[in-house]
Design a protein around this ligand. Structure first.
Ligand SMILES: Cc1cc2nc3c(=O)[nH]c(=O)nc-3n(C[C@H](O)[C@H](O)[C@H](O)COP(=O)(O)OP(=O)(O)OC[C@H]3O[C@@H](n4cnc5c(N)ncnc54)[C@H](O)[C@@H]3O)c2cc1C
Length: 386
């Protein structure tokens, strides 16, 4: 798929990351998942090459770029069949929030290590009783002398087992009632009172999801990132990149599946022409390609708005990009599986497991319906049903 509207630097980054991804490829990731490992070889090589921290400030060892560049990295690794999900969380959410709102000490402690990939940070906002309604989160921080005590539960949090810490979204005691005034805490993996249980997901991925319990986890004052009163602004500094990066994840996966289907449709003949000559096979693949291209355009717009400091404009575009990419990915994967007939369901061709994986982009980090709600209310000015 030929990328458009890109600078020479972006094209060069795209092709360099693509070369790295192709060198590892789908087989590498499949093996890693089968062995129950993590793709640390790819992660650390990408870190050494500067790809993991391409969005982080140069003075802290990053590439000085933005989410536009980081989304290229994730999309191209995904298109090569080996996406690194933790890119969505570690440099995109946590790195961005710390770079924008962290203290100098937090920046020095975390950014160089997040940039070169030697340390990673997970991100936890979702709670079992709040789900899509983040205003209902109850993870609560209370002051105890100079320390904070954090108590609550989280669910579906990715990569907590490998991450050195998790950026936990809580609320302070005085904001327990009323609108959400979130505050963000860095919780080290082995902090006393911080426990995790893996969730048995029907997903073929190296990154696992966890239910977390925080039972009076004692944190020093400097575990708080940013201002406890800054509220949603700080949170959305991380959530908009997350949506843009999820779009990149989805577009990469969609491109990978589509490429497999095209290759198969060119070769496979059961009458006197390859199946790709039948329009019932060709047209849905063409539509999938168009949908992925369109989703990428919106993703590029969202990344551009975010990187140029337009947080409000980026919010709407990031939601739309995530929606478009999630839908394009689900359709591309579905059509790819169908194109391969019975082989679409064999382990050898490896497409069937993407059916579940593609759904992640429709559900997380914000579901299709919640984006449609957002656009209905915020963009179109329609009334709310909830
Ligand atoms: C693989 C994976 C990885 C994840 N990783 C992380 C992570 O690292 N960190 C993290 O914090 N979270 C993570 N999540 C959680 C994810 O963000 C949530 O699953 C998502 O926000 C949806 O919340 P929920 O599952 O509670 O669904 P619910 O909120 O219970 O929603 C269920 C269904 O109801 C619909 N619905 C809800 N409210 C409305 C409404 N008002 N109007 C219309 N429809 C509605 C939803 O669209 C959805 O289809 C992950 C999830 C998955 C699957």
């Amino acid at each position: 798929m030929a990328p458009t509207l890109e600078s020479e630097e972006h094209k060069a980054l795209r092709s360099a990351v693509s070369a790295l991804g192709t060198r590892y490829g789908r087989e590498y990731l499949t093996t890693v998942v089968k062995e129950g490992r993590h793709p640390h070889e790819l992660w650390s090589e990408a870190g050494k090459l500067g790809y993991l921290g391409v969005n982080l400030p140069e003075e802290y060892g990053g590439g000085g770029g933005g989410i536009a560049e980081l989304s290229i990295v994730l999309e191209e690794l995904g298109a090569a069949g080996c996406p690194l999900l933790m890119l969505v969380v570690s440099p995109a959410i946590c790195g961005t929030v710390i770079a924008r709102f962290g203290t100098d000490a937090q920046k020095h402690r975390w950014l160089p290590a997040l940039a070169d990939g030697t340390r990673t940070m997970a991100f936890g906002i979702t709670e079992p009783d709040a789900g899509s309604n983040s205003h209902r989160i109850t993870t609560t921080a209370r002051k105890d002398g100079p320390d904070w005590l954090l108590t609550g539960r989280k669910v579906f949090i990715s990569g907590v087992d490998t991450a050195d810490a998790t950026l936990i979204v809580g609320r302070t005691e005085d904001s327990r009632t009323g609108r959400l005034k979130p505050c963000l805490f860095i919780v080290p993996r082995d902090a006393p009172g911080f426990t995790r249980h893996p969730i048995d997901m029907e997903l073929n991925a190296a990154e696992k999801q966890f239910e977390l319990v925080l039972d009076d986890v004692r944190l020093p004052a400097d575990a708080l990132v940013g201002d406890e009163d800054a509220g949603l602004l700080q949170l959305f500094a991380g959530l908009n990149p997350e949506r843009i990066m999820t779009a990149a994840f989805a577009i990469g996966m969609g491109r990978y599946a589509l490429a497999k289907a095209i290759e198969y449709a060119r070769d496979r003949s059961v009458w006197n022409t390859p199946i790709g000559a039948h329009q019932a096979i060709a047209h849905p693949l063409a539509q999938a390609h168009i949908d992925l291209e369109l989703a990428r355009l919106m993703m590029q717009k969202a990344a551009h708005l975010y990187d140029t400091g337009d947080d409000t404009g980026a919010g709407e575009a990031a939601n739309m990009a995530k929606y478009a990419a999630g839908e394009a990915c689900v359709k591309a994967v579905d059509q790819a599986v169908h194109t391969l007939g019975g082989n679409g369901l064999t382990r050898e061709f490896g497409l069937a497991s993407l059916i579940t994986a593609a759904r992640v982009a429709r559900i997380a980090p914000v579901s299709r319906e919640m984006i449609l709600n957002y656009v209905s209310h915020q963009t179109l000015g329609l009334p709310k049903s909830y």
